[in-house]
Design a protein around this ligand. Structure first.
Ligand code: FMN
Ligand code: SF4
Length: 524
């Protein structure tokens, strides 16, 4: 039977009582202003904090200026950041949840520092991603010690700012993991050597943090349990150091996976923000392996979207908590909807990465979401009904038209949506037929149902003419008749053996009728 009983059971980590097992893990937003928490950061967190998760872990907060991925990341390397950080914590506390600050140093993984020739790393080995721009400088022994100290000082500031816990970012190929990995650490001093020796930097950072925050303050450690690249470390390697990490002071292990460069030197692991072909909870096995080595709470992450599924993960004991990242961007009401008995209202994250991690990391732009217009734009997103209710016609029932219709209806307008086909969805109807893309179709069905619930009049099989607009005289017309197709310029793309989802869809439906088409939304 579907239940949320296990998911909604509180759990204690040292002094921190967490109301349920749902964690929003760290997600960089690119909304900060030269390290300072901005109004946009606060608005973003205010919306997320209404999800009802028990624990929110902030995006990376930089413990050292040389460790900052970009100027639009949050800083914690100086006391001047404390007031802004406090406001962020208050927002989460107002909802009755707990908040941890993620302590971070990027090492070599920064486009900004690599471009400016200021990147530092355990060894002078270029990043897989940014290496084409330059090679980082090897940290001196003094810099190593200074960096360890900066983790401790940052943790102390987090405690002063009112946080309930801190988390050291030891995952995803950033500095702590750069020390751990043979791919990035060739040091000959006491911070290099075999796997256990390379773990020394991580262990000393945890010890320093513990020293600074005291015995009862919860310290989480985020790890990539396996590196996921050729000749990278494995979960069995990681198992061997878990007892050391815990005795150094880790009270909770947040088990992620992968590193910068998984896509470049791919073996069997995806990027930490896995694409759609990976199933919900596909890395719970890693959490279980870490749990074998320790009694401290363990968090699992990876494509979680459905609270009932998450409940099973907790019930089976695969993990003690589940981290839900991108679903918090695509629809932060996923947990509330499930608790209130209408989970069908939740728009499921497409794992497309287009609006979130790719925009942030590759385009260096603030976070958005491909399917949620509010995300990253909370400051300008209207949340009160319009003063005057108007008649709005939306022409086109694809994703843009449906979203526009829903948003207009949400604001209290009288909305009619016209779709010339007999179904809504536009080109998504074809894109969803590609392998693993059925979630796109689910999104359209959810959006269509939400429009109907909001009172949108959906007129299918109707082509709008100028005469209709003159007679109907709506206050506003939104034209959403579809995007241009992206057609891959590969040789042979027009060959008769190449079949795109649209053509396949039509061939299936119109048996025998031959139509020539190529491309299709979201095929890539
Ligand atoms: C936009 C974005 C920013 C992220 N930033 C961070 C970060 O600051 N620190 C971190 O540990 N992980 C970061 N991650 C990884 C997520 O915490 C999470 O591990 C990953 O997205 C997988 O979870 P999901 O499948 O639920 O999205 C980020 C992910 C996304 C999508
Ligand atoms: S942009 Fe795509 S992957 Fe990112 S949160 Fe939105 S739907 Fe999910």
């Amino acid at each position: 039977m579907d239940t949320l009983k296990h998911l909604l059971t509180p759990i204690r980590v040292k002094s921190m009582e967490i109301a349920n097992r749902v964690v929003m893990p760290p997600m960089g937003t690119g909304l900060a202003d030269e390290g300072m928490v901005s109004e946009a950061n606060l608005a973003y967190m205010r919306r997320r904090s209404r999800s009802g998760a028990g624990l929110y872990i902030t995006e990376i907060a930089e413990v050292h200026p040389l460790g900052s991925v970009a100027p639009r990341c949050i800083g914690v390397w100086d006391d001047r950041f404390i007031p802004g950080l406090s406001k962020l914590a208050e927002i989460v506390h107002e909802q009755g949840s707990k908040i941890a600050l993620q302590l971070h140093h990027c090492g070599r993984e920064s486009l900004f520092h690599t471009r400016n020739k200021t990147a530092v790393a355990p060894s002078a080995i270029p990043s897989y991603i940014f290496g084409f721009l330059g090679t980082p400088r090897e940290m001196t022994p003094d810099e190593v010690r200074e960096t360890i100290t900066s983790f401790g000082a940052a943790a102390r500031r987090a405690k002063t700012a009112g946080y309930d816990a801190v988390e050291l970012h030891g995952a995803h190929g950033y500095l702590l993991m750069q020390f751990l990995s043979a791919h990035s650490n060739r040091r000959t001093d006491e911070y290099g050597g075999d796997f256990r020796e390379r773990a020394r930097f991580m262990i000393e950072c945890i010890q320093e943090v513990r020293e600074q925050v005291g015995d009862d303050f919860p310290v989480s450690l985020r790890i990539s349990a396996e590196e996921g690249i050729k000749n990278g470390y494995t979960v069995e390697d990681m198992q061997t150091i878990i007892p050391d990490l815990v005795s150094a002071g880790a009270d909770m292990i947040n088990v992620s996976f992968g590193t910068h460069g998984n896509a470049q030197v791919y073996t069997d692991a995806p990027n930490p923000s896995a694409p759609v072909e990976y199933e919900q909870g596909f890395k719970t096995g890693l959490a279980r392996k870490i749990k074998e080595m320790t009694t401290v709470p363990v968090v699992s992450v990876g494509r979680f979207t459905d609270p009932f599924f998450m409940d099973g993960v907790i019930a089976r004991g695969d993990a003690d908590l589940v981290a839900v990242a991108r679903q918090h961007l695509a629809d932060p009401d996923f947990l509330k909807n499930a608790i209130e008995g209408h989970p069908e209202d939740t728009c499921e994250c497409l794992a497309c990465n287009q609006g979130c991690i790719e925009r942030l990391a590759l385009e260096q732009k603030p976070i958005r979401c491909a399917i949620n217009p509010e995300t990253g734009q909370e400051l300008s997103y209207p949340d009160k009904p319009a003063e005057i209710s108007r008649t709005v016609w939306v022409i086109g029932g694809g994703p843009a038209g449906l979203t526009a219709a829903f948003e207009a209806a949400r604001l209290g307008h009288q909305v009619t949506l016209f779709e010339k086909e007999q179904e809504t969805g536009g080109q998504i109807r074809f894109a969803e037929k590609a392998p693993h893309k059925s979630v796109y179709g689910k999104w359209i069905r959810t959006l269509t149902a939400k429009c109907l619930k909001r009172g949108v009049d959906i007129q299918k099989g109707t082509t709008v003419t100028e005469a209709m607009i003159e007679v109907g005289n709506p206050d506003a017309v939104i034209l959403a008749i579809g995007a241009d197709k992206a057609i891959c310029p590969a040789e042979g793309i027009t060959s008769s053996v190449v079949c795109d989802p649209e053509r396949r869809g039509n061939v299936q439906r119109q048996r025998g009728r031959h139509r020539r088409r190529s491309g299709g939304y979201g095929d890539g």
